[in-house]
Design a protein around this ligand. Sequence first.
Ligand code: C5P
Length: 248
Amino acid sequence: MAEIIIALDYPESGPALDLVDRVGADADFYKVGLELYTRSGPEIVQALASRGKRVFLDLKLHDIPNTVAGGVRSAAEHGVDLLTVHAAGGPSMLARAAEAAREAAESGGHRVRIVAVTVLTSLPAFEVEEIWGRTVDSVRDEVLRLASMAGEAGIDGVVSSALEAEALRHVLGPDALLVTPGIRPAGAETHDQARVATPALAVAAGASHLVVGRSITQAADPRSAYRAIAEEAAAAAAGGHTPGALDG
Ligand code: C5P
């Protein structure tokens, strides 16, 4: 059953927590990103935890292994559930991140799960080539390659477009977390997202977590918007959609 994570893309904690309170008890998983965390720090994580909410801390860590491991330990201490790292940090960094998460849980701390970002969706192929200094025939192949590398390093899953989830599920296996942003109910405003999928399609493609921002946060009634998306995801899961449902 896929979980819905609401992206709190706000510059400060006041409006973010207002939204959480407006959505109410139904939703219990929220994403805190760079902007909000840089301003509000661990307080926003604690404020969410005190409301009984789980936290996806989307900081996309990319540093030397020792420093990233320290970041993972700190996230575990704050009770973060899901944390992002860049796969391009390399196998050693990924392995240390995964190990730090396991060790924190084994010593009685919170189990933070680590998901890797492969190739940022904002990067066109020519910029990927510029960064890596070589020809890149298929960005999608690079996404699968980096995801596989992250999986081998012990990472719990990846962030990806729902449109790549099916291929990633195949590469990473049934237990991997596939966290998919760019989710829009059918017919909804796409905003600046070039590649969107409906909740039902994301679930059918094998996503484990759907990240939804503006379709909920900018809705006139965020609670109803959340419920409609959660119901669509649940119906897709109950309907026994298979990944192949996207092929047609
Ligand atoms: O408002 P919207 O539903 O487009 O928000 C999606 C969230 O997912 C935002 O927080 C955005 O930064 C994040 N995200 C994304 N695409 C990625 C990675 C993260 O939209 N490739």
